[in-house]
Each structure stands twice: as C-alpha cells, then as structure tokens.
Design a protein around this ligand. Structure first.
Ligand SMILES: [Zn+2]
Length: 486
C-alpha cells in the first residue's frame, strides 16, 4: 500500500510492504509546498494497515526522507531506518531546515520576526546585546503551546503553528539509523535486502527484496545515463537480474526531458561566453546533489577562478567532498559569513564590471535565502544573468522571474513590481530517467507485475497506450489502495 507519492509527482513518497514476517516501509517523505501546510504520508491509514518495523530509504530528497522524524513524532517507531551514508548526513540538515522554515512562515503570518518572538518568550539580554536565536528552545516552546499563550495575551492571533517534529525526534531518528552500502545485502528477519545504485543523485539506492522465493525491486527515483562526472552510479538492471514485481518511479513518463549531456554542454559554453564578456552569473543551486554537479561543471569548464559558493550549497559541498575525491579544495571558493564581506564582494564586482559566478542556494530563490539576496542585488545589472538550474515550484521568486523574463520583464519582487535589466536562463539538470528509459527498464527487469508510482496518472495512461510491448501486467498505482503482489 502507498501512503503517499503514488499517482502524483513530488508527494510524500511512502510505500508499505507487508508479508508473513515482514512489515517494512520504503521511504517516508514529506511534501513542502509554498502556501500550503506541510504534507506527510497518511499515518492514520498506515496505523490501520500495519506497524512498520523497518524503513528502507532510497535517497536524501525531502519527498523521500523528510517524514521519518514525523513518523516517530506520531508514535510509529520502527526498530531501524536504513539509508546511505550521504542520505544520513543530509537528514539532520533537512530536519532542522524544516523546523526553521515552519517557524519563519508562522512568524511571517503573525507579523513578527523569529528573533522578536524569541525575545518575547525569553526576554532580551540585560546588556541590550542580541541573543542568538536558540531554535531548539523556540521549537519546544511552540510545541508545548507556551508560545501561543504568550502571543495570544499580546493580541497576536493566527493559525496554530504545526511543527511536524522537534529536535529530539531528529536525534531519535539518528539513533535508530543504520548505514547501508550498494551491493552489500543485509537481512530483516528472513528477508534478504540488497541495495543497488540507481543513478539519480549521488548515493541514491534501489532495494531488491527477496522473500518466499520471490524478488521485488523498488527503483526509487532513478536514471539510466551516468550524470555528473561519475558522482552518480547509474541503474544497471543486468546486475540485478529479472524480478517478479517491479515498483518503478515514473516522474518523466511521456514528458519531454533534455538529456543531461546536452544540458551540461550548453551550460558550460554559455558560462564561458558570459565570463569572457565580463558578466556576473547568479547560479541558483540546490544543496543536495545539484550544487555539487554544477560545481564540477564549472571546474570542468576551467572557470573555477570566477567561482564564489554561498548559502547551503556550501554545506552540501562539504558533505560531498570527502566522499567523491573530486571536489578537493572546494572550500577555498566559499564566501565567508563575515559581516559586510558578501555585500562588498557583490557590489565591487558590479561597480568594476568584473566577471563572477555565484553558486548559491536556494535553488528556487525563496524569500529569506541567500540566492534571493543575490538575485535582488543583480536585478538592475544589465550585465548579469540569473541561471535557473532545475525545476522550480510555481509561485517561487525564481519561477516568477523566469516567466517575467519572457513576458514584459516586470516582476513582483518582495511585494513590489520592478522592471529588471538582468538576463534569465534555464538549465534543466534533471536526475531522472527519460520516458524511453522507463520503458526500457521495465523490459530489462521483465517483471510479472509492474507498479508505476511517482508520476502523473494522465501521463501514465498515455505511457501505457504508447508502450504496448511491455512485459507482464502494468498497474498505475494509487495511494491508499492495497495491492496483492502474490
Ligand atoms: Zn529524488
């Protein structure tokens, strides 16, 4: 049964696999949409279906891992969470980020800053110095309802702040986590589980589950072509062999997708031209995976001398660096958080007409992120170009800006309509299999049953119609419906 992520793209992916001696979840994600409450897997349905004893995580993207701490918070406490070394390192960063963003959004609704809220609850320091915000204390005060009580007494009325988990849940999660490695099988009771590389992002895993003489393979998000200079090891069904049941992620079924290789070549030649012309480039990178891939593109294009890395991309690169052997010394390009340093760097380069590449997160330019500041600094610089590096949620500042670039060049920036001078370009650095590769993967695994998940149902119907030569039964899976595999 799927508790989220089937019949939809980006939903909180979560599959439950129940057998005689088996009660396992494959992924437990979270959906974080703008202007919508966080969405978690359907825990109520899960409680009715089974009590999972183990969780197999495929990779560190929020829609596959973000709900794990919330599972614990909701009183569902599996004995073990299995994940790759990188997914495990990213988990606390994602978790704390989720808490920060939820509190920030709530404060925005109430019309105060997180610092004001923190000082309201804990008092300003006697010497007038600013206290650093203790996010854990703030989180605890909100979760206990103490914050709401004090705010209500002062006339701040708003929706309640719903935090999906707290810092203790994140620590419990880490305590229950175990690292697994591609190609190294392990046992859950009598069930043999083997993780395999599946392309997509670095250290992403698919799981082969062998139970009662049957073989089930969960691909997770996957790709067939190697992408990102061997950072990513592609899915090879030949190594895994035929399976009885294939659960396949089908994000780009019947959707056009520019191959990674052509995106990467276009990116490098545009960037070289921009540097030769003395332009400033703000490249909005995601801190999981894409920031690292783009940093490698820049190194490969011999343009690292212009590179400045800022925002959470720095954390991402620091995590990747010891595992890749390819980003050695990348820290020397990090922008330091020292006061005024950043603004001076940016303004002097604009003023003196010097080229620069700012690789900075967030990837969607969301308010409050450093990429939002960098974009803002360059909106009126005709010799600047904003690079969008992948998919952006509709309504995010970078999505608004890319639409406006084709359409009147006026953007609503932080609540003000602004005519902008900078250029905007888009590079879809996808980490997913193309439609043809999805069909080929089903043929290669030759399953008796295929469950297609993580795609738009209408496109999956079309995919079925266009691919009549696929082996076995093809099922477009839905959330909340049990499927009997054998
Ligand atoms: Zn993913």
């Amino acid at each position: 049964m799927f508790f989220g992520g089937a019949g939809e793209i980006g939903g909180p992916f979560c599959a439950g696999l129940r057998g005689k001696n088996l009660a396992t979840l494959i992924d437990c994600g979270m959906e974080a949409k703008r202007e919508k409450a966080l969405r978690l897997p359907d825990f109520a349905a899960m409680k009715e279906y089974f009590e999972p004893t183990h969780v197999l995580n495929t990779h560190g993207h929020l829609d596959h891992v973000g709900g794990e701490a919330a599972l614990i918070r909701n009183g569902i406490v599996p004995r073990q969470f299995y994940k790759s070394v990188l997914a495990r390192e990213f988990a606390p960063i994602h978790g704390e980020d989720t808490i920060h963003i939820t509190i920030r959004n709530w404060c925005q609704e109430l019309g105060i800053t997180p610092r004001q809220l923190f000082e309201k609850l804990n008092g300003p320091r006697a010497d007038g110095e600013h206290l650093p915000i203790d996010w854990e204390m703030l989180c605890t005060q909100i979760m206990s309802g103490a914050a709401q009580k004090i705010l209500a007494a002062e006339g701040f009325i708003g929706e309640n702040c719903v935090l999906p988990f707290g810092f203790q849940d994140l620590r419990d999660l880490e305590y229950l986590s175990e690292t697994v490695t591609a190609g190294k099988p392990f046992k859950i009771g009598n069930t043999l589980v083997t993780p395999y590389n599946v392309g997509h992002i670095m250290d992403a895993l698919g799981y082969l589950i062998e139970v009662g003489g049957k073989r089930i393979f969960f691909t997770g998000d996957f790709s067939r072509e190697a992408t990102g200079y061997e950072l990513v090891k592609k899915l090879d069904p030949g190594v895994i062999g035929p399976v009885d049941v294939l659960v396949i992620n089908t994000t780009y079924a019947c959707q056009p997708l520019e191959p990674f290789k052509t995106v990467s070549e276009r990116f490098r030649s545009d960037l070289a031209a921009d540097m030769a012309a003395g332009r400033r480039v703000v490249a909005c990178g995601f801190f999981v995976d894409r920031g690292a891939k783009v940093a490698l593109e820049i190194e490969k294009a011999d343009l690292a001398e212009y590179l400045h890395v800022d925002g959470k991309v720095r954390d991402g690169l620091s995590i990747y660096e010891p595992h890749t052997g390819k980003l050695t010394g990348i820290e020397k390009y990090f922008v330091s958080d020292k006061e005024d340093n950043r603004a001076q760097l940016v303004r002097s380069r604009i003023k003196n007409g010097q080229p620069a590449i700012y690789l900075v997160s967030s990837g969607m330019g969301v308010e409050g992120s450093l990429s939002n500041n960098y974009i803002g600094e360059h909106l009126h610089d005709p010799n600047a170009v904003i690079y969008r590096l992948g998919w952006c949620e509709p309504g995010t500042p970078l999505d608004d800006l890319s639409i406006a670039a084709q359409n009147g060049r006026v953007v609503n920036w932080r609540g003000q309509f602004t005519k902008f001078e900078c250029g905007v370009r888009s590079y879809q650095f996808s980490a997913h299999a193309t439609s043809a590769e999805i069909a080929q993967t089903i043929k290669d695994f030759h399953p008796k049953t295929t469950l297609m998940v993580h795609g738009a149902p209408r496109r999956l119907e079309q995919f079925k119609k266009e691919n009549t030569d696929l082996p076995g039964e093809i099922v477009i899976a839905e959330n909340g419906r049990p499927y009997k595999l054998f």
